[in-house]
Design a protein around this ligand. Structure first.
Ligand SMILES: NC(=O)c1ccc[n+]([C@@H]2O[C@H](COP(=O)([O-])OP(=O)(O)OC[C@H]3O[C@@H](n4cnc5c(N)ncnc54)[C@H](O)[C@@H]3O)[C@@H](O)[C@H]2O)c1
Ligand SMILES: [Zn+2]
Length: 342
């Protein structure tokens, strides 16, 4: 079992990583009313087990699976569910699922009654290593992804690596992209281990290492004004690729994989990233069934990046690798982006 403490100025919480914890979550959850939000896939595998292990008045809302669920429509359903359950500020919301459910349930918990406690039980690899830690919660708007959101930390994160046995292969690879990202930006040993070894029996330890890396970054920069930007390694290109294909061709992790390889090539051209780094990243992505080749014209890519609604002005913060295991942030005028070609 691994336990991490996330220490923030206003609030601290634990991340507990343990095989089989999904059937014992009731030991960690205590409130008069507990509202579980989940999706239909996760519910099929774990819904009853989680609900029956929690004491008290427990109600469950099961939503359709998929990114479309992170919408204002579904948020409204969640509000209706919580308010008709007459939930109070001393009760709890439990997010049981992948990043979609975590982000949606977390945003609902942050806003209903001006904030009630919530617990994350992430079940996808991406949610276990990334989205459940750090307190970013959001829904999508017709204007773009994650544009309506908040910083709202959970009370507790409970991670069961055994849940990954029921996850589709493609979603497992998706999470692997974020794990490779942590290796690239903070941990060369993790990167080398992913290259050399068979990770099947080490996934619990790997999840713990990734949560610990994210914990440290979030502790230093809870509100994403500096160091946390390193977590966006591969994401500038990745978001543009997702956007270009209207979120249909590639999953988030696949798009980030393409972004990581291509930003390493760019870093090599700028003589910031050591030669050969992109090749190592490419080989590791291939090992975990992830794509790497950019199949969009560079000018179109530049246009999408320049129009990004979250970017502030004419500059862009590119996250590059100084070397494997170390990221730097390079501010660059958008016009100079990829002038050497990707
Ligand atoms: N808040 C953050 O910091 C942050 C960080 C990264 C990503 N995200 C968000 O996370 C979302 C993506 O998360 P995701 O990839 O987990 O997607 P997801 O929640 O859609 O889960 C992927 C699929 O796997 C299924 N699933 C999940 N766990 C399962 C299990 N144990 N067994 C069987 N099926 C299972 C789900 O039903 C779904 O079909 C995006 O909306 C993204 O914006 C948020
Ligand atoms: Zn990501």
């Amino acid at each position: 079992m691994g336990i991490l403490n996330v220490n923030l100025k206003e609030k601290s919480y634990k991340i507990i990583i343990k095989n089989g914890i999904i059937k014992d979550v009731g030991q960690y959850i205590s409130a008069n009313k507990v509202a579980i939000i989940t999706d239909e896939n996760v519910n099929r595998h774990y819904g009853d087990r989680v609900a029956s292990s929690i004491k008290g008045d427990v109600k469950k809302l099961v939503l359709p699976a998929g990114e479309e669920t992170k919408s204002l429509d579904k948020l409204s359903l969640v509000y209706d569910f919580l308010l008709s359950f007459k939930i109070t500020r001393s009760d709890l919301v439990v997010a049981l699922g992948g990043g979609v459910i975590g982000d949606l349930a977390g945003f609902a918990a942050a806003t209903v009654l001006r904030g009630i406690g919530f617990i994350q039980i992430p079940t996808s690899l991406l949610a276990q290593v990334d989205s459940s830690v750090g307190g970013k919660v959001a829904v999508n708007s017709p204007h773009g992804k994650n544009l309506i959101g908040a910083f709202y930390q959970p009370r507790l994160v409970l991670i069961d690596p055994l849940c990954l046995q029921t996850l589709d292969k493609r979603f497992f690879s998706d999470g692997m992209a974020e794990i490779i990202k942590y290796g690239c930006i903070k941990d060369e040993r993790l990167f080398a281990m992913l290259e050399k070894e068979n990770i099947d029996d080490k996934i619990g330890k790997i999840i713990e290492r990734c949560c610990d890396i994210k914990r440290k970054i979030v502790e230093k920069d809870e509100f994403d004004t500096g160091e946390r930007m390193a977590l966006n390694f591969g994401h500038t290109i990745g978001h543009a690729v997702e956007n270009y294909y209207r979120y249909e061709k590639y999953t988030h992790g696949e798009a980030v994989a393409i972004g990581m390889y291509n930003i390493c090539l760019e870093g090599e051209k700028l003589a910031i990233t050591p030669q050969g780094t992109a090749e190592r990243v490419k080989n590791l992505l291939k090992k975990y069934s992830l794509p790497y080749a950019l199949d969009i014209d560079v000018n179109q890519l530049k246009n999408i990046i320049s129009l990004d609604k979250k970017s502030e002005n004419d500059n862009i913060n590119l996250i590059l690798l100084n070397k494997l295991g170390e990221a730097i942030i390079k501010k660059m005028p958008k016009g100079e982006l990829f002038t050497k070609g990707v």
